[in-house]
Design a protein around this ligand. Structure first.
Ligand code: CP
Length: 308
């Protein structure tokens, strides 16, 4: 049962609970009126201390489609955080007003801290370079829908694997499924953190690193592109040097499998050329839509509108 639970990192839910969420999301996708009004009278607080388009708006769309309402802020300057209020006090206060809190914060561990001070469920919408569990739900639902399942696949993560929290969450979670192979494609400066790679190796998950996308693209079932995270760099020079290290082009796609799917959590900057958007293997905008369905399933479950 997910009713009343926090979601701080993807490992908080069992595989059976994830399966329940995906089945529910697919049911909502098939009949958008299903669960309409199931959250009438309930309030969702969206507290975004960092910019967002998809996560915040898909959560708000999800809550409105379920018949509930939303309140919150899209940037911290409009909250009392700007006057020096602690996160703990903000969360204690907001949990007096709302039935659940979705929070994005630049500090790793902020969502966990918030959950300790909240009287209502807290959903982590990204904590620094750490985790982004609802993006993982989105990614898994997309892979499941487009490939028919979550096991037996080779996934390549490409780009900024050091700061990319969506990569950290997805790499860890996919390792819980059978016959998953992971390839980390990055420049040396942006390698996946040791704690992620070490966790996979401990679990005997086949994984390796590569520098050139061209060398491995033909091996992949799923290519997960990411942008270089400018906001987490300490100096602009390094960002400029690395930002265009990978650009997925139509020419590179010629060497990929016909049934590859290309994912990207978005926003895209320059790492996927616009010419790739019309390739039937480009799935990143479908992925953004699946994000809303899975967040509807999550909210309905956590708020107890449905048993999952
Ligand atoms: N994928 C994702 O987190 O997008 P936003 O930053 O726009 O929310």
């Amino acid at each position: 049962m997910l009713k009343g639970r926090h979601l701080i990192e993807p490992g908080d839910f069992t595989l059976e609970e994830l399966e329940g969420l995906f089945s529910l999301a697919e049911r909502i996708e098939g009949d958008e009126s299903y669960l309409r009004d199931s959250c009438r009278g309930r309030l969702l607080a969206t507290l975004f201390f960092e910019p967002s388009t998809r996560t915040r708006l898909s959560f708000e769309a999800a809550m409105l489609r379920l018949g509930g309402s939303c309140l919150g802020f899209a940037e911290p300057g409009s909250s009392s955080a700007a006057k020096g209020e602690s996160l703990a006090d903000t969360i204690r206060t907001v949990s007096c007003y709302a039935d659940a809190i979705v929070m994005r914060n630049p500090k790793e561990g902020a969502a966990l801290l918030a959950s300790r001070f909240s009287a209502v469920p807290v959903i982590n919408a990204g904590d620094g370079g750490h985790h982004h569990p609802t993006q993982t739900l989105t990614d898994l639902l997309t892979i499941r829908r487009l490939r028919g399942g979550l096991g037996n696949l080779t996934i390549g993560f490409c780009g900024d694997l050091k700061f990319g929290r969506t990569v950290h969450s997805l790499a860890k979670t996919l390792a819980r499924y059978t016959e998953v192979r992971e390839i980390f494609i990055s420049p040396p400066e942006l390698k996946v953190p040791g704690y992620i790679r070490g966790g996979l190796e401990k679990g005997m998950i086949p994984c390796r690193e590569a520098e050139r996308l061209e060398d491995v693209i033909g091996d992949l079932d799923v290519l997960y592109m990411t942008r270089v995270q400018r906001e987490r760099f300490f100096n602009e020079e390094d960002y400029i040097r690395l930002k265009d290290f990978y650009i997925l082009t139509r020419e590179k796609m010629e060497n990929a499998r016909p049934d590859l799917i290309v994912l990207h959590p978005l926003p895209r900057v320059n790492e996927i050329a616009l010419e790739v958007d019309s390739d039937p293997r480009a799935a990143y905008f479908k992925q953004a839509k699946y994000g809303m369905y899975v967040r509807m399933a999550l909210l309905a479950s956590i708020l107890g509108a449905v048993s999952c």
